[in-house]
Design a protein around this ligand. Structure first.
Ligand code: HEM
Length: 341
């Protein structure tokens, strides 16, 4: 009996391996392997967002950081270890990445239900999809094909080389996205994720002294005020002025008070803010410096539904970025470490 179970398990494992090696992703991939996987992920994400909406933003950012580096393989989730002291998450470009605990909790829950079946790479994608859907009040939605393996490699140098930096020029941003087969329009669409969440002052240091044609002076003053309150530390400031506190906005940008919202949503307000030069990162403002990108900023500022639709399509495309050819993978026991040294 024991032998039979072992044989069946290894046959299932071989089948899984072959399917995954073939790189086939499938909507409903876990339906016959572990029932309710996507519901379990969603319930954790809802709980995390009720606790703190910032958790949703963190999950949305993780899909970008994972998939742009070695494809969507959960490599961003790996902790430093004796054999790999510098994984992706310690790269300077990973500053402020969060959400790891949420994914580890989901993984532990799914391991209890179906040991060794659901990859961390898939959990991350499901969670980012659900976070986008919840933060956009259901307007960004799409089915996620699954069947990814967890990667064995994670390198800070690679993350630094593959991910765009907030100081990039429009040319560098376009090139960075083009290397992953993303168009200029998709660069603009995906940048709209900065309608939620926050960033550290060090990520937009040069903007604090940028000229008025690049940043509205009253907003620059607001950012300088916020950043000076860190007592020498590196405070985080919300990405979307809409999410600022009333007192600060009333003091620096009284005309903006009407735009404040009690609940921050993933939406096209980023583009309106950008046209008003009320965005934090140089990379955001750079979208106005070239005809094609500026055209798309106008397009999305004027059409909220179009952005919802295109953002969902671009996230889906992001979620399909494959691991480098010939890479090995596994289903990790824990998202923060590989199973075998
Ligand atoms: C276009 C190139 C991009 C650059 C240069 C960039 C850069 C950054 C930086 C510097 C931060 C703040 C980090 C910190 O200081 O804590 C940030 C935050 C964020 N980014 Fe991006 N990003 C880009 C594209 C994207 C994309 C494609 C997505 C998702 C689809 C995304 C989603 C987010 C989110 C949601 C946050 C807030 C995270 C949180 O509050 O935890 N970004 N980004």
């Amino acid at each position: 009996m024991r032998l039979t179970v072992a044989v069946i398990c290894s046959l299932v494992a071989v089948q899984l391996w072959v399917t995954l090696l073939a790189g086939e992703l499938k909507v409903g991939y876990y339906d016959d392997k572990c029932s309710g996987v996507e519901d379990v992920v969603k319930s954790h994400v809802i709980k995390a967002i009720i606790l703190n909406r910032g958790n949703g933003a963190a999950l949305v950012r993780l899909i970008f950081h994972d998939c742009f580096v070695r494809g969507c393989d959960g490599s961003v989730l790996l902790d430093a270890s004796g054999v790999n002291p510098r994984p992706e998450k310690v790269a300077p470009v990973s500053i402020g990445l969060e959400g790891f605990d949420i994914l580890e909790e989901i993984k532990a829950d799914l391991e209890r239900r179906c040991p060794g079946v659901v990859s961390c790479a898939d959990i991350l994608i499901f969670a980012a999809r659900d976070a986008s859907s919840i933060l956009s009040n259901g307007r960004v939605r799409f089915d996620v094909p699954a069947g990814r393996l967890d990667g064995l490699v994670s390198s800070a140098d690679e993350a630094q080389a593959e991910l765009p930096e907030p100081t990039f020029t429009i040319r560098q941003l376009i090139d960075s996205f083009a290397r992953k087969n993303f168009t200029v329009e998709e660069l603009v669409v995906l940048s709209g994720a900065h309608s939620v969440g926050d960033g550290h002052c060090s990520s937009f240091a040069a903007r604090l002294a940028a000229p008025p044609d690049q940043i509205t002076p009253s907003y620059r003053n607001l950012l300088n005020y916020k950043c000076s309150r860190g007592g020498g530390a590196d405070p985080a400031v919300v990405n979307n002025a809409r999410d600022e506190d009333l007192a600060t906005v009333a003091r620096f940008m009284p005309a903006f008070v009407g735009k404040l919202r009690p609940v921050s949503a993933l939406d096209n307000t980023y583009y309106r803010n950008n046209l008003d030069k009320v965005v934090n990162f140089n990379s955001d403002w750079q979208l106005l410096t070239q005809d094609e990108t500026r055209g798309h900023v106008h397009e999305y500022a004027d059409n909220a539904a179009l952005w919802d639709h295109d953002f969902a399509a671009s996230l889906l495309k992001l979620s399909k970025l494959p691991m480098p050819a010939g890479s090995k993978g596994e289903i990790r026991n824990k998202c923060s470490s590989i199973n075998h040294r």
